[in-house]
Design a binder for this molecule. Sequence first.
Ligand SMILES: [Zn+2]
Length: 116
Amino acid sequence: MNSSRFFTLKEARIGNNCPECYSNDSLELTFKQKLIETKLYKAITDETLCELLCLNCEEQIFPIRWTDDIERVVDYHKRGLKTKPKSTKLKPIAFGLVIFGVMILIAIVLFALGIL
Ligand SMILES: [Zn+2]
């Protein structure tokens, strides 16, 4: 079970015109950061992405459709973005496996030394 997903860092309504339907108050910008989750650990990566969605025509506006104005506003928001620091957290099961491994190792050493 390895899964990666994106969690939302920031959402902002921007006042630009939608390149699809020309509505000027329906563009929503979302910044997301990537998270990888496995059975043993959960890691935050430094990979981010941003999506632009029009709430009026319900279209996702891909960067290729962005106007210069939209790009400027996206850049502005990007600069003010606070990403979460990269981190890896072990889950309790991982700690359990490590402790179990260490105990086996100690048992082997004691056995080898003839103590057990
Ligand atoms: Zn639209």
